[in-house]
Design a protein around this ligand. Structure first.
Ligand code: NOJ
Length: 965
């Protein structure tokens, strides 16, 4: 297929305009600020007005007297609300659900047309939580308190005038709604009314000739009221007009996290884990956090700007109470955050005395362009309660295949089959393990996905089979833009079936992306999703084999010629749904449909592996994400930790950042430092832009090759532990890479820590984030004992600050084992993870202050769904009073022959933190005692490390006991 010169030039110009080359940083002016997104301007103006006027005129929203109705058995509370100022009636509905969850909706009672609702399984798991009955109900004056949950531990206090409500856990107020009176609902209206009337209908007109003094409160109020009327029916940004045929439909409201100084969530932003204020005297940003999936190349650090994914979920934590909110809405959203009172003398004293931040509250202001006011509140006493309830609702993470959590080698592009083969062989030559080789867009025939360049990739099957012979896989990129070309079967098929997104006039939407003129499939249409899934069958995807998996990129969607490089909001989906209503979930529907295709191609037998760039609530059901186009800079390495903590704490536990940075050429030490930390993050992939220098691990000479090899090999050794953590995530939603607050919910110093992380509960990692950094300070909570990951020496942090300073020569970043944990490992690193599948295990037993430890190992075949039938091994280990025990904690189907076949022998046990050197170690097996070989060494601080060789006498999955004498 040959293109004319004009076509190529046009493509190049569009490419250069929207996708600048390295060194050209993102142009902030290409993306909207709140004041340029008309609804955000109006909603912020409403909040400012409220702040000025609420003392004299409270929120106009009131509960209609006598309308509150409690349906005890159904767990439902309803009431009528009225906005007195604008005379708009609303219905208020609360549904109490299991897991201390409540669903709240406020809807216009008589809308001109229905609002778009993200219903069905678009954003929720098919297994929707059941309702719980209402407990006791008490009326006090016009207000009502309703109790619910186990032992009536939760309460919902509804205040009627002005309308607000508050939820408490065990009597501790946690979260409240409309305390600030920001509830502002732009109801549907006919255009003619709007032109005739001011936005705030029942306001008295300004008296003629009354011009308020410059800078006066009156002038501020007048200007804010003017802002409320801005750009209601059409708006233009950077020359692109949004026709907004239905007019304004935004919704704003405030949620306060009572007594909490820290809130987390609402990814994706290149910012801290504990969200900074965007309002009030201590604000760090002028702009609210924006959630609008966008292709933002070389993104700015420390910024609330929108990035590739959005999850409208936020969590707060204080001692004894954790609360979360999920607004089920996929429209453009902005959130202001303001922490009050943290600076007050009372708060400072409370903090000093570790009393909790009783005087501190974080207020958040949520603003969405359209959609429904339908959200969920989650209550608990620790973050893990909220991870659990949020993912019970939006879906538990999918269980990855074991190869997917190993190391991935990617670049834009591995240019041809020879290149692939050379890279593959060099990994072996340099004795570096890897599992997956990735092909970017250049592998296709003219950016037609599902095809192969006929010259460079003429033998895709042989290429994949060659990798597969070493247990390795391949991933190819498949984007959602479809080259307009009637000779391309995908384009023709979707066009003929009318399954493309339409422009506002009803024609197939035509925009620019990598292939030039393209169409976008409407993944909101179930039939289009099924049709897409079908394209992944081995018959349809020519040249694909069972070891080929998929990378979904550009699915925000990225449209080079569109407003803010994305789809126009007035483009139309099935049933004339405007793109504005579904924008943030679009990429996830594409991801989901690809996931389905992979499931189907093997009749549901093989677990899919699909990487997506865009994400939304529930993405965890379909696979992994990465943080997009970062840069080879130390600041981007630093940002990867809080970014991944936030994403992981918002349900999407399988995340990673491009190792080395996508744009630019990393200095060797930056690349090494990146490998050292990414080896402990959930998704571990090196990737680079097409214009960068080659940077495979062996290209930097010594000591870098050796040290990068060591980092990757660390990863392979902890794969059993990681796999066990992923399995835990599929049942609990607990992130694999955890914020300190999740593991130490009673330790206030942990609450705001976002620059180090826990891998599960047993390993703590802190990156080195500056060049030639000789040492790093690490915070080690005093409730645990900590051991250096390599020397096993006990850490001695300062007793007042909990900080320990760790020397960081090139070969080391701070990693600690947490006493009380048993970590399963495999020490014999091979070329790929599948070649290690039958190798014996090693257990690292790190004892706590009482000489105890426990841990777990989950193992299965690593690729199929047979584990759902019980074909797995789930072993629990406990160490106490010098006895180490192992036993199966579930009853798997496997008999002991099958257990042995799964490679569950244990070859070594390393006991860390022993107060005395063992005299001998015996297997307590009925009457006979078998003495095992043990080597002991003393480490500084007088503790001992004992390495026990089991001689193959212990099988994981069976019951066994070792006595340390
Ligand atoms: C953008 C992605 O973020 C990047 O990872 C990829 O290499 C390019 N698209 C080309 O496909």
């Amino acid at each position: 297929m040959h293109q004319g010169g004009g076509y190529l030039l046009a493509t190049l110009l569009v490419f250069l305009a929207v996708f600048p080359q390295p060194g050209v940083m993102v142009k902030q002016e290409d993306f909207k600020q709140c004041s340029q997104s008309a609804f955000c301007l109006r909603q912020r103006a409403y909040a400012d007005l409220a702040d000025i006027t609420r003392a004299s005129s409270p929120s106009p929203c009131e509960l209609v007297p006598g309308s509150l109705d409690v349906k005890s058995e159904e767990g439902v509370v309803t009431a009528s609300l009225i906005d007195r100022e604008r005379n708009i009636p609303f219905s208020f509905n609360v549904n109490l659900l299991e897991r201390d969850t409540a669903r709240v909706s406020i809807k216009e009672s008589r809308p001109l047309k229905p609002r778009y609702e993200l219903t069905g399984d678009l954003a929720l798991d098919a297994k929707y939580p059941a309702s719980v009955p209402v407990g006791s109900v008490k009326h006090h004056g016009a207000d009502t308190t309703i109790r619910f949950g186990k032992d009536e531990r939760n309460s919902l206090l509804i205040r009627s005038k002005p309308f607000s409500f508050e939820l408490a856990i065990g009597g501790v107020p946690a979260i409240s709604f409309n305390d600030k009176g920001y509830l502002y609902y732009e109801h549907w209206r006919p255009k003619k009314d709007e032109e005739a009337a001011p936005a705030v209908e029942n306001q008295a007109p300004e008296p003629e000739g009354a011009v308020p003094a410059a800078g006066s409160t009156e002038e501020k109020i007048r200007n804010l009221k003017e802002n409320l009327k801005k750009d209601l029916w059409e708006e233009t940004f950077n020359g692109k007009t949004d026709s907004k045929p239905h007019g304004p439909a935004s919704i704003g409201f405030d949620v306060s996290f009572l007594g909490s100084k820290n809130v987390y969530g609402i990814p994706q932003h290149a910012s801290d884990f504990s969200l900074k204020s965007t309002r009030g005297p201590h604000k760090a940003y002028e702009e609210p956090y924006r959630m609008y999936n966008l292709d933002v190349f070389e993104y700015i650090m420390d910024s609330p700007m929108a990035l590739y994914g959005s999850i409208p979920f936020m969590m707060s934590h204080k001692k004894g109470a954790t609360a979360g909110i999920y607004w089920m809405n996929a429209a453009e959203m902005w959130v202001d955050v303001e922490t009050h009172g943290a600076e007050s003398v009372l708060s400072k004293a409370a903090e000093y005395l570790h009393l909790g931040h009783t005087n501190t509250t974080t207020t958040t202001h949520w603003m969405a362009e359209s959609g429904a006011l339908d959200f969920f509140v989650f209550l608990g006493t620790k973050p893990t309660d909220i991870f659990n309830s949020f993912t019970a609702l939006t879906g538990r993470p999918a269980m990855p295949q074991s190869f997917a959590i190993a190391y991935h080698q990617c670049r834009w592009n591995y240019m041809d089959e020879q290149d692939v083969s050379d890279v593959d062989e060099n990994f072996d030559k340099y004795d570096i393990p890897f599992d997956v080789l990735w092909l970017d867009i250049e592998h296709t025939d003219g950016k037609r996905y599902f095809t192969w360049d006929p010259v460079k990739f003429a033998n895709p099957v042989a290429m994949q089979e060659n990798l597969a012979s070493k247990g390795r896989k391949m991933v190819t990129i498949i984007d959602p833009h479809i080259k307009r070309d009637d000779n391309f079967h995908i384009s023709k098929d979707f066009k003929d079936k009318g399954m493309f997104i339409k422009d506002k006039d009803g024609n197939d939407f035509d925009g620019w992306c990598w292939p030039g003129s393209s169409n976008w499939i409407d993944y909101t249409d179930e039939k289009a999703r099924a049709n897409w899934a079908d394209k992944f069958s081995f018959a349809n995807y020519k040249g694909s084999t069972p070891s080929l998996y998929t990378w979904n990129d550009m699915n925000e969607p990225s449209v080079f010629s569109g407003p803010e490089t994305t789809m126009p909001k007035d483009a139309l989906h099935k049933d004339s749904v405007e793109h504005r209503d579904v924008h943030n979930v679009y990429g996830t529907l594409f991801h989901r449909s690809t996931f389905q295709g992979h499931l189907d191609r093997n009749n549901g037998k093989d677990r899919p592996f699909i990487l997506s760039r865009a994400f939304f609530a529930g993405t965890q059901r379909y696979g992994a994400i990465w943080t997009g186009d970062n840069f080879s800079k130390w600041s981007h390495l630093e940002a990867s930790v809080p970014m991944l903590l936030t994403i992981g704490s918002s349900g999407v536990v399988f995340g990673g950042a491009d190792v080395g940075g996508f744009f630019g050429n990393p200095e060797p030490d930056l690349l090494l430092r990146w490998y050292q930390v990414a080896a402990f993050q959930p998704f571990f992939r090196a990737h680079a832009h097409i214009d960068t220098k080659r940077r495979e691990p062996w290209l930097f000479g010594e000591p870098y090759t050796t040290l990068i090899r060591a980092a990757i090999r660390h990863r392979y050794k902890i794969l059993p532990y990681l796999y066990t953590l992923f399995e835990e995530s599929t049942r609990t939603g607990n992130p694999v890479m955890r914020p300190m607050v999740a593991e130490f919910p009673k330790d206030e110093k942990s609450f705001s820590v976002g620059d180090q992380f826990m891998l599960g509960s047993g390993i703590l990692v802190k990156p080195v984030i500056t060049k030639e950094q000789a040492s790093v300070d690490v915070y080690l909570p005093s409730s645990s004992v900590w051991y250096d990951y390599e020397t096993f020496e006990k850490a001695s942090p300062s007793s007042s600050s909990g900080i320990v300073t760790v020397k960081t020569p090139l070969e080391k970043i701070p990693i600690f084992l947490r006493g009380g944990n048993i970590i399963p490992r495999r020490e014999r690193v091979r070329r790929s993870s599948s070649l290690m599948h039958r190798d014996p295990y090693t257990l690292w037993v790190a004892v706590d202050g009482e000489g105890k430890a426990n841990g777990r190992l989950y193992a299965d075949d690593g690729h199929s769904y047979d584990y759902q039938k019980g074909d797995f091994i789930d072993s629990e280990f406990t160490f106490s009073a010098s006895v180490l025990k192992g036993r199966a904690i579930n009853t798997p189907n496997l008999d002991s022959a099958a257990i042995k076949a799964l490679g569950c022998r244990m070859e070594r046990i390393v006991l860390v933190g022993l107060k005395a050197a063992p005299r001998r170690v015996v297997v307590a097996d009925g009457g006979d005692k078998l003495t095992l070989q043990v080597e002991t060494r003393k480490v500084s601080g007088g503790l001992h490390v004992a390495t026990v060789k089991t001689g193959g006498n212990i099988v994981i999955g069976e019951t066994w006991e070792l006595v340390i004498e």
